[in-house]
Design a protein around this ligand. Structure first.
Ligand SMILES: Cc1cc2nc3c(=O)[nH]c(=O)nc-3n(C[C@H](O)[C@H](O)[C@H](O)COP(=O)(O)O)c2cc1C
Length: 169
């Protein structure tokens, strides 16, 4: 799909069909995550693929925003592996955000829907998925085929005018 078409097609999907996502498509999404840019190429991302019933039950315990998706990803970063600026700034959040964005766009290209979910219980996520303290969950990504007729939330079209968000100097 042409890149602009992918950008235009993406919206937060919160209603999914029961159809399972093929492993081939999951692999393609993960390979896209692999080539995302990260600070100093540190690649601190750690991605949980939530596919089994057991993992999905845990996923649903950690967030109300699971939308009964048949598949999920939990995108984390490793604090020990992420680049630390001289001023103490931790780049893991930025790196994992870029990775998540790449994954969302690839999923769109593959005909899948996602929603970036930031409202989850990070402590419970660490406990239920046995994550060490240095593995910080950043985003949940419920993923699947959009339910037939699923439409974007009206907020999707509510874009601030460019002159409010940009400044040409
Ligand atoms: C960092 C971030 C956190 C978000 N967290 C949630 C969330 O917890 N639950 C939810 O339903 N949507 C969440 N969203 C989706 C936004 O509400 C959505 O992207 C925004 O309203 C624009 O709509 P669109 O994605 O359809 O264009 C989040 C999006 C971002 C980028």
């Amino acid at each position: 799909m042409e890149f602009q078409k992918v950008l235009d097609a993406r919206f937060s999907v919160r209603e999914f069909s029961d159809k399972q996502v093929e492993d081939e498509k999951i692999q393609q999404i993960l390979k896209t995550a692999q080539i995302a840019p990260t600070a100093k190429n540190s690649q601190p991302q750690k991605i949980l693929v939530i596919k089994s019933d057991e993992a999905m039950a845990k996923f649903r315990q950690c967030t109300k925003c699971h939308f009964d998706a048949p598949l999920g990803f939990v995108i984390c970063y490793d604090e020990k592996e992420s680049f630390l600026g001289k001023d103490g700034r931790q780049f893991g959040v930025l790196d994992a955000s870029i990775v998540t964005t790449y994954m969302m766009l690839k999923a769109t290209e593959l005909g899948l829907g996602t929603t970036w979910v930031g409202l989850f219980d990070a402590k419970q996520t660490q406990q239920l998925f046995n994550l060490p303290q240095n593995i910080i969950p950043l985003a949940f990504l419920p993923t699947g085929y959009p339910k037939e007729g699923c439409q974007p939330n009206p907020r999707h079209f509510d874009n601030k005018p460019l002159d409010e968000t940009t400044k040409w100097l």
